[in-house]
Design a protein around this ligand. Structure first.
Ligand SMILES: [Zn+2]
Length: 421
C-alpha cells in the first residue's frame, strides 16, 4: 500500500514539474470504493442460502434415488418401454433425471432467478411464462447430451471394467472441445436471440483495439444481458449485452472491449479443457471405487449389482457432483485470477483506468454487483474479483505512467502513455 502511495506522489510531482497540472488531476483521480451497504450484506446472506439449497438438492436427489431403489425401478421401467435396448435405456434414464431435477429445483430457481432479480430491478421485461419457456428450452441441450453421450462411459465399463474410468476421461476431451465449439453457435442462441453487431462506432472501437493485437476481424454478436467471450477456434466470438451502448460511456466500452479481447487473444476458453479432463478423471475414478464398494454392500437396497448397469447413473451423478463441490473453491480462485488478469490486460490496452473504476463503482451503485462478497460466496460461486478489488486495480495499475514493464506487452502493441493520456 505504501509503495502505491510513493508511486502516486512521484508521478504527481513529475507531472507538476512538466506543468501538466490539469492532465495530472485527470490521470490520478482515485475513484472511491463504495462502502458495503446493509442491503448488500442481506442480499449476500440470501444468495448464500439459495446456493446451499440448490447444492443440497443436487446431492440429495441422486442419493434418494439410490437409497430408495426408486432410481433402479425407474430405469427398469424406462428400459421396458424400449425393449431393454441399452443405448436408449441409458439416454432415457439420463433425460428423465434431467427433467426430474429441473422440476424439483423449479421453486428455488423461480425464487432465485426470477422473483429476486425482478424485485431488485435486474430483470424488467420478462413474464413468468417467458421465464418458464426459457427453462424448458434450457433442458434441450441437457437431454441431447444425455441421449448422445451417456452411453460412452457405460460402453467403456463393459469393455474395460477395471480401466474404464481412464478411457472415459480421455473421451471427455473431444466432447469438451465439441461443447466449446457448439456453445456460441448452437447452444446459447437456443435461449437468447443474438444479432450481428450493427453499431458502426462500436465496430470501429473494437477494430481499433483488436488491430493492436494483430487481429483483422473479431466476430462480435449482440444480445442477452452479459458481455463475454464464448467459443473456441472457428466459433470464438465476443458477445456484447444488448444495452451496452446505453449503459456504458464510450470510454467504458473501450475498457470492456479491451477486457474481453484478453479472453479472445489468450484463448482463455481453451483452459477449460484440461480442467474438464482432470475433473472427469477424478470423478470417474471416484465412481469406480465407490461403485465397487456400494454394489458389494448395498446391492439389494440400490437395486443393481454392477456399475455397468444403467441404473447406476445416480451414483455417477452423486460422485461427480460431490467432487465438483469439493474443487469449486479452487476452480473459482483460478477463474477470478483469469478475470483479474483480463482487467489488467484491458487497462494496458485501453489506458481507461478512470472509466473502468467508474464503471465498477456504477455496478455497485445500481446494486447489480457486490462491493465485497462474503467469504462463503467468494469460495463457492463468485467468478470475478469483487468490485472493491476491481476499483482498486483500475485506480492503481498504470505501469506505463512510471515507465515500468507491462505484463502483456508481448501479446499486443500496447499504447504508450503519450498516445492516450
Ligand atoms: Zn472477463
Amino acid at each position: 500500500m505504501a509503495k502505491k502511495t510513493d508511486a502516486y506522489w512521484r508521478a504527481a510531482g513529475v507531472a507538476a514539474l512538466l506543468g501538466l497540472a490539469s492532465v495530472a488531476a485527470t490521470v490520478h483521480a482515485q475513484v472511491p470504493i463504495p462502502p458495503v451497504s446493509p442491503r448488500e450484506a442481506n442480499l449476500n446472506r440470501l444468495l448464500d442460502a439459495y446456493w446451499l439449497g440448490s447444492k443440497a438438492l443436487q446431492l440429495l436427489l441422486p442419493l434418494a434415488l439410490l437409497c430408495s431403489g426408486y432410481g433402479a425401478r425407474l430405469c427398469r421401467w424406462l428400459g421396458g418401454q424400449v425393449r431393454d435396448a441399452r443405448f436408449l435405456t441409458i439416454g432415457l434414464f439420463g433425460s428423465a433425471y434431467v427433467v426430474l431435477y429441473t422440476l424439483l429445483s423449479l421453486p428455488l430457481d423461480y425464487a432465485r432467478h426470477y422473483r429476486l432479480p425482478m424485485s431488485l430491478g435486474w430483470l424488467h421485461d420478462q413474464t413468468v411464462g417467458q421465464w418458464l419457456g426459457a427453462q424448458a428450452l434450457g433442458l434441450i441441450p441437457w437431454i441431447v447430451a444425455a441421449m448422445l453421450l451417456l452411453w460412452i462411459p457405460y460402453a467403456l465399463m463393459r469393455r474395460s471394467p477395471r480401466r474404464w474410468w481412464l478411457w472415459a476421461a480421455v473421451a471427455t476431451a473431444p466432447v469438451t472441445v465439441f461443447f466449446l465449439i457448439a456453445q456460441p453457435v448452437w447452444i446459447k442462441p437456443l435461449t437468447t436471440p443474438y444479432v450481428a453487431l450493427a453499431n458502426a462506432n462500436l465496430r470501429a472501437s473494437i477494430d481499433d483495439l483488436a488491430s493492436r493485437c494483430g487481429l483483422v476481424h473479431v466476430a462480435v454478436v449482440v444480445g442477452g444481458s452479459d458481455t463475454a467471450v464464448y467459443g473456441v477456434g472457428p466459433t470464438v466470438r465476443i458477445f456484447l449485452e444488448s444495452n451496452l451502448a446505453k449503459e456504458e460511456t464510450p470510454d467504458q466500452i473501450r475498457f470492456t472491449i479491451a477486457h474481453e479481447l484478453k479472453h479472445y487473444v489468450l484463448g482463455d476458453n481453451w483452459k477449460l479443457l484440461p480442467i474438464a479432463m482432470a475433473l472427469a478423471l477424478l470423478g470417474f475414478w471416484l465412481t469406480y471405487r465407490v461403485g465397487h464398494w456400494a454394489t458389494r454392500r448395498f446391492q439389494q437396497r440400490i437395486g443393481f449389482s454392477s456399475l455397468d448397469d444403467p441404473a447406476s447413473l445416480p451414483l455417477l451423478i452423486l460422485c461427480i457432483t460431490a467432487l465438483w463441490l469439493a474443487v469449486t473453491p479452487a476452480f473459482l480462485a483460478f477463474d477470478r485470477h483469469i478475470e483479474r488478469e483480463a482487467d489488467r490486460f484491458g487497462l494496458e490496452l485501453s489506458h481507461e483506468n478512470d472509466a473502468a473504476a467508474r464503471l465498477f463503482a456504477s455496478w455497485a451503485q445500481q446494486g447489480t454487483d457486490w462491493v465485497q462478497p462474503d467469504a462463503f460466496a467468494r469460495a463457492f460461486f463468485y467468478t470475478h474479483p469483487s468490485i472493491a478489488e476491481r476499483i482498486q486495480i483500475a485506480n492503481d495499475y498504470h505501469p506505463w505512467r512510471e515507465g515500468l514493464p507491462l505484463r502483456y506487452a508481448d501479446k499486443c502493441t500496447m499504447p504508450s502513455s503519450a498516445v492516450i493520456p
